[in-house]
Write a protein that binds this ligand. Sequence first.
Ligand code: NAD
Length: 337
Amino acid sequence: MSQTIAVLKGDGIGPEIMEATLRVLDALDCDLTYEFHDAGLAALDKHGTLVPPETLAAIETHRVALKGPLTTPIGKGFSSINVQLRRHFDLYANVRPAISFPGTRSRYDNIDLITVRENTEGAYLAEGQSLSEDGETALSSIRVTRSGSGRIVRYAFELARQKGRQKVTAVHKANIIKTSSGLFLEVAREVARDYPEIELEEMIVDNACMQLVMNPNQFDVIVTTNLFGDILSDLCAGLVGGLGLAPGSNIGSEVAIFEAVHGSAPDIAGKKIANPCALLLAAADMLDHLGMVEKGAKIRGSIREVLENDREQVTPDMGGSGNTDTFADALVKVVRR
Ligand code: NAD
């Protein structure tokens, strides 16, 4: 039976890269039905809100969404749409694979690691921030819970098990932030006992940054709290050549939203030169999530092949002389073969 997914084309380059991504998905015969819904600036014009209730209801019904980048208007009192979606659906796990692809401007080859970031607590609490009346002292708090740590660490171990990974590295600062980071580490040790075939490695966050830059191939799956995960996952994207190839999944117990890590790139919107690969890799992760692991692998393989053998068709950010359409054409040709 066909699986219906909610599709949010997004703002800026969103519609262009979504069109390219759906063309490749169609060429793979995934038997998906797309239900298109508004969000972002297009929704604001049409419905007077950035995330209309119909869009939320559709995501809730279909449980899976593929989302283009959304622009959050600056200085008009709007809170980030991505934060709204994360809160609404309790999308507690932010999963960001960093994989080396040929011909990218990066320092290392053969990187294949996944960062699993806790997405709902930690240092990112809107209610935990204050500034004294004289403006001299700012306070922000960190909230880490046993249940919140438990579910994210378990998610990381389950992912490691499912993908045949050997090691989960819990990144923390428990030597200094003894309460919150200490609790996270304590829970990580408890959860790890249920996965005896997978090694739990503990690493202090400052050392983790150095190790990632010196020898990223030692990592397999990284699990960490919200703030550290935010920073480390960008560092990892940088290790494999930046935003053009960085997908991200936001996973909750009911709903999962798959997206590119990059934004709506207003500087190149409408020029048809946006690289569709980050959204396409997010679609590959979506297929894994839907149990179509071979098709997900086929997408990653086709990107690798086009980057290796058909460089003139790829977008300028990858050093090619093509555009979004020629890149998609080349990918479709490979997956159809
Ligand atoms: P951005 O990621 O949109 O752009 C940064 C730079 O990378 C730009 O030079 C852009 O041209 C380039 N770039 C980004 N994606 C590209 C692609 N696929 N192909 C080629 N080049 C690409 O970051 P920004 O300019 O800081 O943000 C623009 C808007 O996007 C803001 O409104 C922000 O709120 C929003 N945003 C949304 C998301 C999301 O929806 N997940 C994430 C980040 C930013």
